[in-house]
Design a protein around this ligand. Structure first.
Ligand SMILES: Nc1ncnc2c1ncn2[C@@H]1O[C@H](COP(=O)(O)OP(=O)(O)OP(=O)(O)O)[C@@H](O)[C@H]1O
Length: 262
């Protein structure tokens, strides 16, 4: 593990009216790590993703990406800085083809790149043909190249979830945030997804933060896990440490028992 974290979140919080949805949240992610973020419903997990990606601005604390403060940057700027995400409920352009769903991610980068190049920033314009070739290469990895001309809405659910990850990768992230990628998948699809996540981590040199309710998936592939409950970080550690943590057991009481799944 390298010494410098790619992401360093310190004491981050946000209020919605009277509700502290996230309070004093801390997280360090090191390059190449695959870390899980778990917690009961309403614990604040998606809110953390929204804070990290500029959807919400923290009311307190600091989010540092590669040593640079990114609190409250517009979401497209956060993407350009190297953070991509998927959503809890799949968000695709349903009427567009599978291929266009990925190409649109390259297009949005390219549009910013033109502006960037005028101001001599680092992004470069990617030509249309190059974009298409890159998109098809990505679709191959996700076994979606054969259905590239299908409308996204016609893909089976597992395919739509994979397409969302492919689109997130098109933005060329260093850090990928996956919000319940296995939601609604059957056990076979979930297993395939676990392998796919491990594969893309290696292939694309990614650091991955994963929200997931499927404990088998989380415990099976994550090196470390952070646990939120009512907006507070109640535990962090290896899957074994977290599974046996009294506060975690208490938080999950009445839900599925974590230890049964691992
Ligand atoms: N924009 C918002 N305005 C008001 N309250 C919000 C907003 N976004 C989230 N919340 C509240 O913040 C709390 C945390 O929600 P969040 O969606 O982050 O939980 P979660 O851990 O992702 O839950 P789940 O596992 O059910 O997806 C909830 O009480 C939710 O109602």
């Amino acid at each position: 593990m390298e010494d410098k974290p790619i992401l360093h979140v310190s004491q981050v919080g946000i209020n919605f009216g009277g509700l502290k949805a996230v309070d004093g949240f801390n997280l360090k992610l090191y390059p190449g790590e695959l870390i899980g973020l778990i917690g009961p419903n309403g614990a604040g997990k998606t809110t953390v993703f929204n804070l990290l990606t500029g959807v919400y601005t923290p009311t307190e604390g600091e989010i540092m990406l590669n040593g640079e403060r990114i609190n409250g940057l517009a979401p497209f700027k956060v993407t350009r800085k190297g953070i991509s995400r998927t959503f809890q409920n799949v968000r695709l352009f349903n009427e567009q083809s599978v291929l266009d769903n990925v190409k649109v991610a390259y297009h949005s980068l390219a549009r910013h790149s033109i502006i960037s190049s005028i101001f001599r920033l680092r992004n470069h314009f990617i030509g249309e043909q190059e974009m298409e070739a890159k998109a098809i290469d990505l679709l191959k990895i996700f076994q979606l190249d054969k259905v590239k001309d299908e409308k996204a809405k016609n893909l089976p659910y597992g395919g739509q979830r994979r397409l969302e990850i492919a689109r997130a990768l098109a933005a060329g992230p260093e850090l990928l945030l996956l919000d319940e990628p296995a939601a609604g998948m059957n056990p076979q699809e979930t297993n395939d997804l676990m392998e796919l996540i491990s594969f893309i981590r290696e292939q694309f040199n990614l650091t991955i933060l994963l929200i997931e309710h499927d404990m088998k998936l989380v415990m099976g592939i994550c090196e470390r896990i952070s646990v939120l409950d009512h907006g507070l970080l109640i535990a962090e550690g290896t899957p074994d440490e977290v599974r046996n943590h009294p506060k975690v057991i208490e938080a999950y009481l009445g839900e599925e028992v974590i230890s049964n799944h691992a």
